[in-house]
Ligand binder design. Structure first.
Ligand code: GUN
Length: 293
């Protein structure tokens, strides 16, 4: 069994991006600038956004955090988004999800200009991705593809079972892994809460991507010997012994599943760090596209 070390690979990617930023600076060019919009003070969202901003600083990007109260109206939030769309200095921005209930998430995601949509959540980018056209690929599935590529994991002709059909992970990874080319060419089954006989479907999988958010959902009897396991779960579970009062757990019953696998992503330190690295990669890509536009 080999661990897919997302922490190490994400650091490699960040180092590669930092080299590009150094070159940009040496050439007197503008460096990439990422902005993040955070509405309200959801603890997990605050952690993610802070970590995104901190990573920008480390690799030499400019970053802006736009913190807005959870009482903000949808209209005012849309105005903030418009300002970012029209701010020439900003190369890309994200609106951290989830949003407060009184705000229509769809309206917000539609308001982000596709050329600055480094989360890849706008229908234009999602459609372009599905059609294998240049786009921004959502960071988590992009990170999974990159991890599979860098570990040279054979996906061609393999049976991949994706658990969960979210717009952010399950649906896009099912599209990407069925596309032509590296980390694709897989025969993908997208499963969800209405799927019948999930255990048997999983047992036939060469690769399982679990993006459900239910701790210990994927258990050893569901996994065949030698399978590749990608655990996208990041659930906070109360833990009095932990410094923060909680720990992060994945979807996979790691202790019992890992010994059966050929490769597995740990939680934390697997897919999570890859997500941030690929957001930075998208921001670099956006800067390069804007420079050449
Ligand atoms: N909430 C959970 N994951 C994500 C993500 O990748 N991007 C944004 N904007 N919000 C999220």
């Amino acid at each position: 069994m080999e661990i897919l070390d997302g922490k190490k690979v994400s650091n490699d990617i960040k180092d590669e991006i930092a080299v590009e930023v150094t070159k940009m600076k040496a050439n007197g060019e503008k460096v990439p600038h990422l902005a993040a919009v955070l509405v309200g003070d959801n603890g997990a969202s605050l952690t993610y956004v802070n970590s995104k901003v901190k990573s920008c600083e480390k690799i030499g990007f400019d970053s802006t955090l736009v913190k807005l109260p959870d009482t903000i109206s949808e209209e005012d939030l849309l105005k903030e988004i418009d300002a970012l769309n029209n701010n020439e200095d900003i190369d890309g921005f994200i609106v951290q999800l989830p949003l407060p209930k009184h705000i229509d998430e769809e309206n917000v995601l539609l308001a982000v200009h596709p050329d600055k949509d480094v989360d890849g959540f706008h229908p234009t980018n999602f459609g372009r991705m599905a059609l294998e056209m240049p786009s921004f690929i959502p960071a988590t599935p992009f990170g999974i593809m990159e991890l599979l590529k860098r570990y040279e994991i054979e996906t061609s002709g393999k049976n991949t079972v994706v658990i969960g059909r979210s717009h952010i992970v399950g649906r896009p990874i099912s599209i990407l892994m069925s596309q032509k080319g590296a980390a694709g060419d897989s025969t993908v089954t997208l499963t969800h809460s209405r799927t019948k006989d999930l255990e048997n479907i999983c047992k036939s999988a060469d690769i399982i991507v679990s993006a459900l958010g239910v701790p210990n959902f994927v258990k050893a009897p569901m996994v065949k010997d030698g399978a590749v396991i990608i655990d996208v779960g990041i659930t906070r579970v109360k833990d009095e012994t932990a410094k923060r009062g909680y720990r992060i757990v994945g979807d996979v019953d790691y202790d019992n599943v890992a010994p059966k696998c050929s490769y597995i992503t740990p939680v934390p330190g697997g897919v999570g760090p890859m997500t941030i690295a690929m957001l930075l990669k998208n921001t670099l890509l956006s800067r390069e596209r804007r420079k050449n536009a």
